[in-house]
Design a protein around this ligand. Structure first.
Ligand SMILES: [Zn+2]
Length: 290
């Protein structure tokens, strides 16, 4: 964190353009530097594993860290900053690992759940809902799902990478229209964040999109929606479909679902009113993610 602050405060005076070339971590660091230095940046993702390259927001754990350091007065708070431009090299991205592509698909499909949660918050809590942002986000999931269905394993190709990059970039646009991460992040992301906290302690290394994709199956079931279509798509790109695939202990997962809403109490989701352990176990068994 100290390095990021030093780097940002020692940038040359002239209009330096910041370029973020790499995966999610590098892009997040450049976002933080851009926020401190009040500069624009261009995102050049080298994989399509999640929508971080198009989102103005940064990784949950990094945000928490900045908040903690901000309290000591050392680190300025992060101001969400969208990239000035995104350059997606489809060839390069298609050559990234298959796991990165399947993770990207998982993160895109999670928008179906995020919008369900948003609609629920609108109906039950009167939260402001933006139909343009919501439709846009849902469309990205539907388009990728259609493409995966027609291309199957062929989706892991330059053609698939192009579709995935476009969908992930559109997710960032949906967040900009909404002025928040609502269209891209609901209960499935809260559980993923809870797992990130556990992962930090247990040193688990699970791709963000693999977590959000898998948890989306469960959350869609809890919403009473068409949850089967999520594993159907994930299976075609060889994404993890069970806790075992993720090498995730069942109790750790149950605990993460339990504490997920506490991470962000104001973001109303299907988990806000609580869920009993027996109902949760039942849902795990019915959806087959156990
Ligand atoms: Zn995500």
């Amino acid at each position: 964190m100290e390095d990021l602050n030093n780097y940002a405060t020692n940038l040359p005076d002239f209009e330096t353009q910041l370029m973020a070339v790499g995966g999610g971590k590098i892009i997040d660091y450049v976002k933080v530097i851009a926020s401190i230095a009040k500069r624009d940046y261009i995102a050049i993702p080298t994989n399509a594993s999640h929508d971080g390259f198009s989102s103005p927001y940064i990784n949950f754990l990094l945000r928490e860290k900045i908040k903690r350091e901000g309290k000591t007065g050392y680190f300025p708070s992060y101001i969400p900053t969208s990239p000035l431009a995104i350059i997606g090299d489809t060839k390069l991205v298609s050559q990234a690992s298959e796991a990165s592509i399947s993770a990207g698909v998982g993160d895109v499909l999670s928008k179906w759940v995020a919008i369900r949660d948003w609609r629920l918050a609108n109906r039950l809590k009167g939260e402001k809902f933006d139909i343009y942002a919501a439709t846009f986000a849902e469309m990205t999931a539907t388009l990728v799902s259609d493409r995966v269905s027609s291309l199957g394993q062929g989706f892991i190709s330059e053609k698939g990478a192009r579709d995935l990059l476009k969908a992930l970039a559109s997710s960032g646009v949906a967040m900009c229209i909404a002025g928040s991460s609502r269209p891209a992040s609901g209960s499935e992301h809260l559980v993923s964040h809870a797992l990130d906290k556990v992962a930090e302690k247990e040193r688990l290394n699970i791709a963000h999109g693999h977590k959000t994709g898998l948890v989306s199956i469960l959350m869609m079931y809890l919403h009473g929606g068409d949850w089967q279509r999520i594993p159907n798509v994930l299976e075609r790109v060889k994404a993890p479909l069970t806790l075992k695939d993720l090498k995730l202990d069942r109790d750790i997962f149950l605990n993460a679902v339990n504490v997920a809403q506490k991470i962000r109490p104001n973001r109303y989701t299907i988990l806000s009113e609580g869920i009993t352990k027996s109902a949760l176990i039942n849902a795990l068994e019915i959806t087959g993610i156990d």
